[in-house]
Design a protein around this ligand. Structure first.
Ligand code: DAH
Length: 342
């Protein structure tokens, strides 16, 4: 039995260099560990050897505990020399081969924000100011000031989300028109208003409940549909880096008169027909029109003296077109593998 204790001491000497402290404690000092078994054995030792066995076993235990203390001391010194990086995306105790690949963790701005910046840059160079929209608004700005009186059937076109106390999540950036007219008037007023919008609708590859729009407003004396057509065309050609053919189709919005759907020739297939344009050769991009006199009046602008145009373009849709993304929901589901490909 005493020989066996010598053998255990040898094992400890070997293990202390090759096993972790946790493993050593588990192997030797746990409830069913090697030493516990040896202590239980005392009752089987012959009476004349009992005291020596007990003494040797206790010495062995002390020896092991000292070695553990010694090893822990070494680790403490190592750790205190190590610089801690609180931004490290892993625990320093994680072994190197199990750490995530740091190169893959580089951050970058979201593709939607990258495209938004490009668009705002184009508008700024064209002479537009920028005013950010808001994410919660009221009935006046969402409807009344835009010529949708209470009970107007066109309110149904903008089914969005309401809070219990009667506020609304904007269904379009046109909610900013009244504020922009009041704040920036008297004309000339040239401003773009980017913002987040919300609609209570089922989602599919080209519809989301949350999306971005950029509203644009241009008001001055003598402004016509011709100015509108040229301004929007110029912006789209600069952004899509392509000469485009355009069409203006009739549409309906209570806040414009006349109301137009702005349509461009498909920048990918030159009107031959492809998946992006649904084989039609054309893409309906945005609503626009001449600002309704009632909207100008609500904004403190005299419609006898001034005219203006406005548009609301969807950022997600254009980003998807430009970057060849077939499902706009991908832009919001946070799938990092998808975002890395862009
Ligand atoms: N707000 C409209 C929408 O989201 C788009 C729109 C149409 C904006 C005409 C305008 C406009 O400024 O004049 O459906």
């Amino acid at each position: 039995m005493l020989n066996e204790l010598d053998k255990i001491k040898e094992d400890i000497q070997k293990d202390i260099t090759s096993l972790s402290i946790l493993q050593i404690k588990g192997k030797y000092l746990s409830k069913n560990g090697v030493l516990a078994v040896m202590f239980k054995n005392i009752k089987n030792i012959k009476a004349d050897q009992k005291s020596e066995y007990g003494k040797t076993l206790n010495e062995l235990k002390t020896y092991l505990e000292d070695r553990i203390d010694e090893e822990q001391g070494k680790i403490k010194i190592e750790n205190s020399n190590r610089k801690i990086d609180p931004t490290a995306p892993f625990d320093v105790n994680t072994s190197k081969d199990k750490r995530p690949h740091i190169l893959d963790l580089k951050g970058s701005s979201h593709p939607l924000m990258q495209e938004l910046e490009k668009m705002l840059d184009i508008f700024q160079r064209m002479g537009f100011d920028i005013l950010e929209s808001r994410q919660i608004d009221d009935d006046f700005h969402m409807f009344e000031s835009l010529n949708f009186p209470k009970g107007h059937p066109a309110r149904d076109m903008y089914d969005t989300f309401w809070t219990d106390d009667g506020f609304v999540l904007p269904a379009h950036t046109s909610t900013m028109q009244n504020r922009a007219l009041r704040r920036l008037g008297p004309p000339p007023i040239r401003v773009v208003l980017p913002g987040r919008c919300f609609r209570n609708e089922a989602t599919d590859a080209s519809h989301e409940h949350t999306f971005y729009q950029i509203e644009g407003i241009y008001v001055d004396e003598g402004i016509s549909m011709g100015h509108m057509q040229a301004t929007i065309k110029e912006y789209l050609e600069q952004y899509l880096e392509k000469d485009l053919e355009i069409k203006m189709q009739p549409a309906y919005f209570p806040f414009t008169e006349p109301d137009v759907e702005f349509v461009i020739s498909c920048p990918f297939c030159n009107k031959v027909g492809c998946t992006t344009c649904g084989n039609s050769g054309w893409i309906e991009l945005m609503g626009c029109g001449m600002i309704h006199p009632n909207v100008l009046t609500a904004g403190g602008i005299d419609p006898q003296k001034y005219t203006g145009f406005a548009w609301g373009v969807g950022l997600d849709r254009l980003t998807a077109i430009k970057r060849g993304i077939s499902d706009i929901r991908k832009l919001r589901d946070g799938d990092i593998n998808f975002l890395r490909q862009l």
